[in-house]
Design a protein around this ligand. Structure first.
Ligand code: 1GP
Length: 249
């Protein structure tokens, strides 16, 4: 089964997945070890690997280190077209459909396409939708795009629908890393009710309660980065909250 098939199957069963985001530039060695240990112990479903900048060349090292110690699938979540590696299992091929920056809608993809065609990475095309999280985030600044206002439910829904109709395999609602406010449950529900492809939600999720509420609202995969980087021991509570939702419903 491919990773995507597994995600689709989980969606059918209403089983929620938990992804831990690791930014190879940000992670400190000590917390990396704890994150890895906790993620294995608490059955994290995916590692998402990526960041907005590539300050150093740690991507391959980080991937290899995780690979040596676990079988958790490694999904590249690239901030730009240089963040590609054969060491991962899959790649979110992101098109920033909430923005109107042609480079991030198709330009970077053209550059990455020959590499991807040759690689064994599983490529999952994903409509990336940036939602205003209350303050400018790295992704809004770096992408030079305006996020969708947090209360414009219809715009977010129509954007996601357009992505699905264009053939994108998943939709990612992004509040931005370190967002003040995560994407609201109302917005998650509106989008989730209107589309049939899997829905990923991330950005500013700091508590297990919030993660569970977002899962309950219809997210299929919940991504947490910053909060875990600050406190890797949160992984257990987050995993329980997300996975227990799957079990009781
Ligand atoms: C993934 O960018 C997010 O969508 C991660 O955000 O670092 O705020 O959890 P945090």
């Amino acid at each position: 089964m491919t990773i995507y098939e597994d995600i689709v199957e989980a969606k059918k069963q209403s089983t929620k997945k938990f992804g831990v985001l690791i930014d190879p530039d940000q992670i400190r060695l000590q917390s990396f070890e704890t994150v890895l240990e906790q993620a294995i112990h608490h059955r994290v479903d995916y590692f998402f690997i990526g960041g907005s900048l590539v300050v150093n060349n740690k991507l391959d090292d980080v991937l290899q280190t995780i690979r040596q110690q676990s079988t958790i699938p490694l999904i590249l979540f690239p901030g730009n077209s240089f963040q590609l590696s054969h060491e991962a299992d899959a790649l979110l091929f992101l098109s920033l459909i909430s923005g109107r920056n042609p480079e991030l809608l198709i330009g970077k993809h053209v550059v990455a396409a020959p590499f991807l065609k040759k690689s064994s990475l599983e490529v999952m095309s994903t409509g990336y939708i940036l939602i205003d999280g209350g303050k400018p985030t790295t992704v809004s600044y770096m992408s030079n795009t305006t996020p969708i206002p947090a209360d414009k439910y219809d715009i977010a829904l129509c954007t996601a629908l357009a992505g699905e109709l264009l053939g994108l395999k998943m939709i990612y609602l992004e509040g931005g890393s370190g967002a003040q406010n995560p994407v609201s449950t109302k917005l998650v529900k509106t989008v989730s009710d209107g589309i049939s492809v899997p829905l990923i939600v991330g950005g500013g999720i700091k508590t297990p309660e919030k993660a569970q509420a977002i899962a309950a609202a219809g997210a299929d995969i919940i991504i947490v980065g910053n909060a875990i980087e600050h406190n890797p021991l949160l992984i257990g509570e987050m995993a329980d909250a997300i996975h227990s939702y799957s079990r009781v419903n």
